[in-house]
Design a protein around this ligand. Structure first.
Ligand code: ZN
Ligand code: ZN
Length: 416
């Protein structure tokens, strides 16, 4: 048996998206409709009814974990997904190159994304990684750049704390904040961590200010990437691997670092697919081919597709509908054609609803589809929110992967 889980980020929508129908309902999805006709549908509350999910917490829950007890913050998944070697005790952040201007009151954030910088980030990261922190003995850090202004920062040393605030003011024209212990956590570890972070922030500005990459940017009229904003402090969560629970080996195919990071934290192996960007321009066909190939080596594969969520945040119904149609033709189509349907179970769902009229995640459940030899077919014939509400699987919370693995008889028995 083999299993494949596809999560389309932000897939769900509201009837207000396109004047009566959700983007998913409006999209032409012949392959998903055929799978629905051959399998069964239901609605899944990614975390639980009425819980408004983040992508990281939703993924943990869909993969079978309880985010309320395990989740420590986003930063650790960003660090893992970007390829940093996260160890117990490290404190991890998601980071941004930003543009600041030195004024009398301090460093003012001019552009939180440094003009969405497109080149030179690795050179800037190399300059950062030459910094040696001195204020707090025994604390070191690693910084790595990913796409555009994005990156990850990892702090390592004795007795650090994840209970520190961020330096991102979340608005242009505002002063960069100082890192502080979170209220209620003013202990020695949080004070050490904040001190090390404040030294890093100061020295990063000194290291980047006159860097050749930034001199060129200024000459070209682009905002210099002369500061690092860090947020989402987290330490390594204690997540038992899927292998240890179910005895099966899995791989993840995802463009976005966050999703690779969540899957790595759950013990999956990452497969890099050139052209998988984590955006609307991603190469879905390449992801389909990589997933099919990976099933030769792995028991199950998790494929993450981000674009629909981006279009939802951009409040662009046409882009969201078009991307869902691309998922159907370029990802699901090749899977339908090439998977061995006598020996494969597939689940297809979203990690939450991102309606275009709201432009952010909302609490509504998302459709979930299961198909394969063990799945009892229901009466549904198309893949969409309302049709899923009539599906044979009813409505449940999270745990889409454990249910999928259960169809392949890989679930351990609870009790005797
Ligand atoms: Zn999401
Ligand atoms: Zn989102």
């Amino acid at each position: 048996m083999k299993a494949i889980l596809v999560i389309a980020d932000g897939l769900g929508g509201r009837p207000t998206d396109t004047g009566g129908r959700t983007c998913l309902e409006a999209a032409r999805t012949p392959h998903l409709d055929a799978l629905a006709a051959g399998g069964a549908l239901g609605l899944v509350d990614p975390i639980g009814p009425g819980v408004r999910p983040g992508s990281d917490t939703a993924h943990l829950s869909l993969l079978g974990y309880d985010p309320f007890t395990l989740y420590t913050g986003r930063g650790v998944f960003e660090c893992l997904g970007i390829g940093l070697d996260v160890q117990a005790g490290d404190v991890c952040f998601r980071a941004n190159f930003a543009t600041v201007e030195a004024r009398d009151a301090g460093l003012v954030v001019i552009d939180r994304r440094a003009g969405r910088i497109e080149s030179g980030q690795d050179e800037l990261a190399a300059a950062l990684n030459k910094i040696r922190l001195e204020e707090v003995p025994g604390v070191s850090f690693q910084f790595r750049a990913s796409t555009q202004h994005r990156g990850a920062l990892l702090l390592r040393g004795e007795s650090l704390s994840r209970y520190v605030t961020e330096n991102d003011p979340h608005g242009a024209g505002e002063l960069a904040l100082r890192f502080e212990p979170e209220p209620g956590h003013e202990d020695e570890a949080a004070l050490r961590t904040a001190a090390a972070l404040n030294e890093f922030a100061e020295r990063s500005h000194a290291a980047l200010r006159d860097h050749p990459v930034n001199r060129r940017r200024v000459e070209n009229g682009e905002p210099p990437a002369n500061f690092v904003l860090a947020r989402g402090a987290a330490d390594c969560p204690n997540i038992p691997s899927i292998k240890s629970v179910y005895g099966v080996r899995g791989a993840v195919i995802a463009g976005g670092a966050l999703y690779r990071g969540v899957a790595l934290a759950c013990g999956m192996t990452t497969i890099d697919v050139p052209g998988a960007t984590g955006g609307l321009d991603t190469d879905l066909d390449a992801k389909a081919r990589a997933a099919i190939d990976a099933l030769d080596e792995f028991d199950y594969v998790f494929v993450h597709v981000k674009g629909a969520d981006n279009a939802g945040h951009d409040q662009d119904a046409a882009a969201k509908t078009a991307f869902i149609e691309r998922i159907d033709s370029e990802l699901v189509g090749p899977l339908v054609e090439r998977l061995d349907w006598n020996a494969t179970h597939l689940a297809f769902t979203g990690d939450h609803t991102t309606p275009v009229d709201y432009g952010d995640h909302t609490v509504e459940p998302v459709p979930v589809l299961y198909v394969g030899p063990s799945v009892a077919r229901d009466e549904t014939t198309s893949y969409g929110e309302r049709e899923a509400g009539r599906g044979g699987l009813g409505r449940f919370s999270g745990r889409v992967l454990p249910i999928l693995l259960g169809y392949s008889n890989w679930a351990p028995k609870f009790g005797s």
